[in-house]
Design a protein around this ligand. Structure first.
Ligand SMILES: [Fe+2]
Length: 291
């Protein structure tokens, strides 16, 4: 991708990490996202399809999010089902399967790094979402840094501040300690504080770490690319939330600090590292959940 194929806002250095960043991209024009290319990608890498979920498109209720039971073994049949159903297909980390996708992502993220002094990201992963007309993704928060590049169809996204009441510390800790389910408690009253953005092909967004969001598709088949990345700062937030989660969930303590520097942070970082690496943390969480 060349300079004229993307567009970052002039104030990106001022708002990165603190506000929503709208970008323009030309992934939509890449042949890598044609029906044929996506079918080929899935045919060659059926195990890259991490999730084929179904949901009730008429209700914002995370309990309606379920495994569809469908298989990726026949991409054409799967895509036909998406066209006519209420389905959400997540093809994960496609850059590890085909270097051309990684090159597109790296070019975009390199340009962001060049435009934002001090910003440096790693573990960059591009995912592809293919979802049905009117499908929705329920209110949730993600652990890594996030971006969304819209490629086909229309969708509306609601983005909420990453603070209480929209995201409670204990909810974020649980997402991090259990590495399971990213759904968090949703209240329609939150929508008063949401930033609502309609996405058409060529639109892209980045938002600050862990900001909750939910998505509703227009009456059109949707193809989007998701971006995940980590930074040294996001790793620190992860460590402190993991350690705080252990304190709260296993030992019944209320963590007093979420600081990502200072002596308390480094103690928590050491605990988080040791507990994750040894597997002790997982065992403690499972044991406390079983009580
Ligand atoms: Fe998300």
């Amino acid at each position: 991708m060349t300079e004229e194929t993307r567009c970052l806002p002039d104030d990106i250095a001022d708002i990165w990490d603190t506000d929503i960043v709208k970008v323009r991209h030309r992934f939509a024009e890449s042949p890598l996202f044609s029906d044929a290319a996506l079918a080929e990608l899935v045919a060659q890498n059926p195990d890259a399809v991490r999730e084929i979920a179904k949901m009730d498109p008429d209700r914002e209720d995370a309990r309606e999010w379920r495994d569809s039971g469908l298989s990726a073994s026949d991409p054409k049949a799967l895509f036909d089902a998406v066209e006519g159903g209420a389905l959400w297909v997540n093809i994960g980390h496609v850059g590890a399967r085909d270097a051309r996708y990684q090159a597109l992502l790296d070019d975009l993220m390199d340009s962001v790094e060049a435009a934002v002094p001090g910003f440096s990201c790693f573990n960059r992963q591009l995912g592809i979402l293919i979802s049905s007309p009117n499908a929705r993704v329920y209110y949730h928060a993600d652990v890594p840094g996030q971006g969304l590049l819209h490629i086909r169809g229309q969708k509306r996204i609601w983005l909420y501040p990453g603070s209480e009441p929209f995201l409670k510390p204990e909810e974020l800790e649980r997402i991090i300690t259990t590495a399971a389910g990213e759904e968090i408690a949703y209240d329609p009253a939150f929508d008063k504080a949401a930033t609502v953005i309609d996405l058409t092909p060529g639109d892209g967004l980045f938002w600050p770490l862990n900001w909750p969001h939910r998505v509703v598709n227009g009456n059109s088949l949707n193809v989007s690319a998701t971006i995940e990345y980590h930074t040294r700062t996001s790793r620190r937030h992860f460590a402190v939330n993991y350690a705080n989660g252990l304190m709260r969930q296993v030992f019944g303590m209320t963590p007093r600090s979420r600081a990502i520097d200072g002596p308390a942070f480094w103690s928590k970082a050491a605990i988080a590292y040791a507990c994750r690496k040894s597997g002790l943390g997982d065992r403690l969480i499972r044991a406390s959940d079983a009580k």
